[in-house]
Design a protein around this ligand. Structure first.
Ligand SMILES: [Zn+2]
Length: 83
């Protein structure tokens, strides 16, 4: 998931999203974590979005119970940019 090619968000909007992320506003509870292949697990979050994460990263994060949802961040950015 990379909108870098198609979206150029205003810098002030990105700063707001970063502040919200720091405050944990995009943290979502992990509902399921299922092995996807040898290196990645698929996390399903409470918002319904899914994220593929490196198993080694998840181990570093000590099996997180919540995860920052990039899809929710993207939706927020799209919504705010359209106002
Ligand atoms: Zn989400």
């Amino acid at each position: 998931m990379n909108n870098r090619e198609t979206h150029k968000w205003p810098p002030a909007l990105i700063e707001r999203a970063r502040t919200m992320r720091e405050a944990g506003e995009f943290n979502r509870a992990v509902q399921t974590r299922v092995a996807d292949d040898m290196n990645f697990d698929r996390l399903t979050l409470e918002c319904g979005h899914e994220s593929l994460l490196l198993v080694s990263l998840l181990e570093l994060m000590k099996d997180p119970k919540t995860f920052t949802c990039q899809d929710c961040i993207d939706k927020w950015l799209e919504h705010e940019a359209s106002l």
